[in-house]
Design a protein around this ligand. Structure first.
Ligand SMILES: Nc1ncnc2c1ncn2[C@@H]1O[C@H](COP(=O)(O)OP(=O)(O)OP(=O)(O)O)[C@@H](O)[C@H]1O
Ligand SMILES: [Mg+2]
Length: 332
């Protein structure tokens, strides 16, 4: 796919979404969202059902057009370069049974799918073997009919189909939904491997926070708006304590005890950290460690330990991102 000068790239980010609005009739599924991913990044698009996640993918694959705003992939406006976009972008739909022929093997599915892109059988064979190998398939798995593969293996076949034409970026709609915890991590590890070995930019939709550990950048969508966008570390560092918190391990935890600990001076948020522990989000945790211990003693609150620990994304999610939290919500 030649990048000729007259293709007139308007931006150089791999994915760039700028004040994008999408209306279905009077209803706005996306109300002006902006976010981006650079080449080779692993972008997580996270949100509850109905937040607008699939709508974002449908824009990026050119299936629907923006009502307002812009979307670019590989530097090209998605509304202007339809054919080019479909070569640049691979797509793995949420329900793989819609794209796979169960009576055929992974390699045969790849042949059927690859032909849609006008690829030659030999090219398809080489390409699919290479991708399936990275996805952990041996000869036996490649040649078994899909009906005899496990759920996780089928998911990997559909990922291979999305990669068949060597796209620069792969968009995946909830690739881990419906898999058990082990298979979810296995699938994410294989995607990370593709990302690393082939340099494919990944955009992965999920309503599951688990994916954050794999992402270089995360966007949280809420009711058609971006509630948070950044690298996982940037988001965690935006909390009081800038990525650190004070963990208090107590003898017992009741709502009343949690409330009392949360009301210590300077504590802005608390997050549950195991059965009997709570993390306190407070400015300058190092300076506040001793005062916290003193205050716990003063209020005669027995504790087993108080220490500075790193904050993680699960803490972040407990205290920060949802709009409700701005006005109280579950904070504190
Ligand atoms: N073609 C359409 N016509 C009307 N409304 C639509 C259409 N497509 C999506 N919507 C609405 O837009 C909103 C966002 O839909 P979208 O499919 O993007 O959500 P999602 O975040 O992918 O949710 P899920 O996690 O359930 O897949 C929803 O309220 C949905 O009902
Ligand atoms: Mg969806």
């Amino acid at each position: 796919m030649g990048k000729k000068k007259n293709d007139a790239k308007e931006t150089y980010r791999e994915i760039d979404i700028i004040d994008l609005k999408v209306a279905f009739g009077k209803f706005y599924a996306l109300k002006g969202v902006s976010f981006f991913a650079n080449k080779k990044e692993f972008l997580g698009v996270i949100g509850a059902s109905g937040a607008g996640k699939t709508t974002v993918l449908r824009i990026l694959t050119g299936q629907i057009r923006p009502t307002a705003g812009k979307a670019f992939v590989g530097g090209y406006d998605v509304t202007k370069k339809g054919n080019l976009i479909s070569l640049l972008v691979g797509y793995v739909p949420q329900l793989e049974h819609l794209s796979l022929y169960y009576d055929f093997s992974a390699l045969q599915n790849a042949q059927l799918f690859g032909r849609l892109y006008g690829l030659r059988p030999k090219e398809i064979e080489e390409r699919s073997r290479n991708v399936l190998e990275i996805l952990g398939f041996d000869e036996d798995l490649m040649t078994k009919t899909v009906s005899r593969l496990s759920g996780g293996e089928r998911k990997r076949v559909s990922i291979c189909l999305g990669m068949i034409h060597d796209p620069k970026m792969l968009l995946l709609d909830e690739p881990t939904t419906g898999l058990d915890a082990h298979l979810r991590h296995e699938t994410l590890n294989y995607l990370k491997e593709l990302n690393y070995r082939l340099g494919t930019t990944m955009v992965i939709i999920s309503h599951d926070l688990e994916i954050v550990d794999y992402c270089t950048r995360v966007v949280l969508l809420e009711d058609g708006e971006v509630s948070q966008f950044g690298t996982p570390q940037e988001l965690i560092s935006s909390l009081p304590g800038k990525g650190e918190s004070i963990k208090v391990i107590l003898h017992a935890m009741t709502p009343e005890i949690r409330h009392r600990v949360a009301s210590l001076p300077g504590v802005q948020y608390t997050a549950q950290a195991g059965r009997n522990a709570v993390k306190l989000f407070i400015d300058n945790p190092e300076d506040n460690l001793l005062p916290v211990i003193q205050q716990l003693n003063e209020m005669k609150m027995p504790f087993e330990g108080v220490e500075i620990v790193e904050a993680d994304f699960f803490d972040y999610f407990q205290v920060k991102p949802w709009k409700d939290n701005e006005i109280g919500g579950t904070a504190k």
